[in-house]
Design a protein around this ligand. Structure first.
Ligand code: NAD
Length: 261
């Protein structure tokens, strides 16, 4: 039996997808034939231009829908506005680096809301649509920090571990249906979220930028290479293929060996 991957006729909603990993996933899913819904909290010309570029290049229907994933009602409205959601990629995420006693309360709340609670809201809305359609994929973007911890990242580590738990529950509630739920756990990928934490980490560890990249970030990644957004997009496409029909409730690490250490 050969496994072909054509996502033609499927709609993928990817939260937080006007940059980085989410955008990479949108491209790869569209290249595999899926219609895609891009999202972020902003609503400017560049956001809609990204969707148009994907549509023009791949011949799929690509749209941009603004919704702030820190707000439960907007998470739910995103799925409603998408109209259908065969593939849900919960990817929106932010980071803040600080020691626990100084960790700002508003940053804790925002990280838990965007990186974890948003997935609860979108999944709750998307599952009935997947059931109506008779097929579905929930792909949660966790992290190597969903399986291991680092100092100064209390909220992020808590949220990323939390989304692994949500993934397992989603998988059990859909286990006897043609719906799967899995978490992808990337190691370091050089996207804006990583760029933004370099200055704070330089301060915390009193290191140069190069030292942070080599001695803090990639020191955990035995391959000594960043993973790429294309590789993560390809992993999502694989999870949407028939070869992955029995893969559910698990984590897939794309981390250059980080979690083998
Ligand atoms: P990124 O900063 O490029 O992307 C984050 C996306 O989330 C952006 O599109 C941003 O607009 C969106 N976003 C942020 N707040 C939002 C909100 N309130 N509402 C809607 N959208 C919002 O970073 P990235 O590296 O592409 O991160 C994507 C996901 O991958 C995150 O969940 C992140 O935790 C995870 N991740 C990243 C890495 C890495 O090394 N880059 C590693 C492991 C996991």
């Amino acid at each position: 039996m050969t496994f072909e991957i054509s996502l033609s006729g499927k709609t993928a909603v990817i939260t937080g997808s006007n940059s980085g990993i989410g955008l990479g996933m949108a491209w790869e899913l569209a290249r595999a034939g899926a219609d895609v819904v891009l999202n972020s909290f902003s609503d400017n010309e560049d956001d809609h231009a990204l969707a148009k570029q994907i549509a023009d290049d791949t011949g799929t229907n690509a749209r941009y829908i603004q919704a702030d994933m820190s707000k439960g009602d907007q998470c739910r409205a995103l799925i409603e506005k998408a109209g259908s959601c065969d593939i849900l990629i919960n990817n929106a995420g932010i980071q803040h680096v600080a020691a626990l006693p100084e960790f700002p309360i508003e940053k804790w709340d925002a990280i838990i809301a965007i990186n974890l609670s948003s997935a609860f809201h979108t999944t709750a809305m998307a599952l009935p649509m997947m059931r109506d359609a008779g097929w579905g994929r929930v792909i949660n973007i966790s992290s190597a920090h969903g399986l291991t911890a680092s100092p100064y990242k209390a909220a992020y580590v808590a949220a990323k571990h939390g989304i692994v738990g949500l993934t397992k529950t989603t998988a059990l509630e859909t286990a006897q249906e043609p719906i799967t739920a899995n978490a992808i756990c990337p190691g370091y990928v050089l996207t804006p979220i990583v760029e933004k934490q370099i200055p704070d980490t330089m301060k915390e560890y009193d290191m140069s930028r190069e030292e942070v990249i080599q001695n803090v970030m990639l020191t955990r990644q035995p391959s000594k290479e960043f993973a790429t957004t294309e590789q993560l997009g390809g992993t999502a496409v694989f999870l949407c293929s028939p070869a992955a029909d029995q893969i559910t409730g698990t984590t897939i690490s794309v981390d250059g060996g980080w979690t083998a250490l």
